[in-house]
Design a protein around this ligand. Sequence first.
Ligand SMILES: C[S@@+](CC[C@H](N)C(=O)[O-])C[C@H]1O[C@@H](n2cnc3c(N)ncnc32)[C@H](O)[C@@H]1O
Length: 184
Amino acid sequence: MPEIYEPQEDSYLMSDFLKKEIPKLLKINPELKLLEVGVGSGINLLTVKSVGVKKKNILGTDVNKEAVKHCLNLGFNCITSDLFNKIKGKFDIIIFNPPYLPLDKKEPKTSRVATTGGKRGNELIIKFLKQAKKYLNSDGKVFIITSSLSSAVNFYKLSYKSKEVAKKNLFFEELSLWELSKIS
Ligand SMILES: C[S@@+](CC[C@H](N)C(=O)[O-])C[C@H]1O[C@@H](n2cnc3c(N)ncnc32)[C@H](O)[C@@H]1O
């Protein structure tokens, strides 16, 4: 059974950013619809609710059933889904703090689902971004984290405009948080 991801530096990078950014977006659209892919412990769901996103407008997903059960117990709408395969509708904001590390065969399989993004580390992110466009409103935004330890993602090639909105230097890696919007 995969473990529920314990919040780490990447989780706090996303959560701290959302605390500042979401209130600005809510001023423009108080009915902001937000989807989090890969909810884990629910740290980001709790954050966006605490800064004013209405609970009815928040949906969470995870491929890990235990994480989904945990977030349902926290009171959120949450479904088990591999990326978007069970998702219907469109959202103003889609957030994903993804598994982004390159495969390390020594890592236990129980934690790999939360950490490993593929052989090069960026494969799941690329798959996510290819699918996300269909679920994003025309002026919607994706907030996503990448790491210097995995291969870079060419956002432009995937038809997204990108802006690095936050970063965190750890002694062994640099984490970046990106705001992406569809190139129309
Ligand atoms: C790095 S953890 C982040 C968890 C939480 N959002 C946080 O910031 O602490 C990545 C999460 O993505 C989930 N995940 C991995 N592959 C997925 C997929 N294909 N579809 C949906 N969720 C996935 C994992 O189970 C894990 O909960």
